[in-house]
Design a protein around this ligand. Structure first.
Ligand code: ZN
Length: 158
C-alpha cells in the first residue's frame, strides 16, 4: 500500500521529521519486555510495534519499530524520546495535549512536547492525523495491558 503524499509543512519542521524518520530513536529491542503492543493505520498503511518495560507506574524503557509514512514513524521516534522515564499519568496528559494540537489547528503549541511540535502542521491535513497519533494509540494500548496485567506496583518486586 502506498503512502499518502506528504503535506506541505514548514521547512525546518520538515527536516526534523525526516531526520527522525531516517534515524529513528529507541529502535534497539528490549531483552525481555513487560508488554508488547502493535498498531496499524489502514488509511495510510502505517505500522508500529512497541516493547515496553514498566517499573510500577513509570515507563522505564521502550523500543519502537515500524514502517510507513514519515509522519507516522517520526511521530513514534519523537514520542519515544518524550515518554521514556515518565509515569503513566504524565504520559496520558502529554498524549491529550498532542491530540489537542492535532485536532485544533488554531490551538497554541504546547511547550512540553519536545520535537513533536514539528507535527503541528499535520492539524491542517485531517487524513494524516491518524498517522501522527498511531504511536500514541499503540502506547496507550500497551499501558492498558500493563494496568490489566500486573496491578501496577508489585511487579518489580522480585
Ligand atoms: Zn501515514
Amino acid at each position: 500500500m502506498s503512502a499518502q503524499p506528504e503535506p506541505l509543512l514548514d521547512e525546518l519542521y520538515r527536516e526534523l521529521i525526516l531526520d527522525h524518520y531516517k534515524h529513528p530513536h529507541h529502535r534497539e529491542p528490549l531483552g525481555d519486555p513487560d508488554v508488547v503492543a502493535e498498531g496499524y493505520n489502514p488509511v495510510c498503511g502505517d505500522e508500529v510495534a512497541m516493547q515496553l518495560d514498566f517499573e510500577g507506574d513509570t515507563l522505564a524503557g521502550l523500543a519502537i519499530s515500524g514502517r510507513g509514512c514519515s509522519i507516522s514513524q517520526a511521530s513514534g521516534s519523537m514520542m519515544s524520546d518524550l515518554v521514556e522515564g515518565k509515569n503513566i499519568g504524565e504520559i496520558r496528559r502529554l498524549a491529550a495535549e498532542f491530540n489537542h494540537m492535532l485536532t485544533d489547528a488554531d490551538a497554541p503549541v504546547p511547550e512540553d512536547l519536545g520535537d513533536l511540535e514539528a507535527l503541528q502542521g499535520v492539524a491542517r491535513f485531517a487524513v494524516r492525523v491518524k498517522c501522527a497519533t498511531l504511536a500514541w494509540h499503540t502506547l496507550e494500548d500497551g499501558i492498558r495491558q500493563h494496568e490489566r496485567g500486573n496491578g501496577a506496583v508489585q511487579h518489580e518486586e522480585m
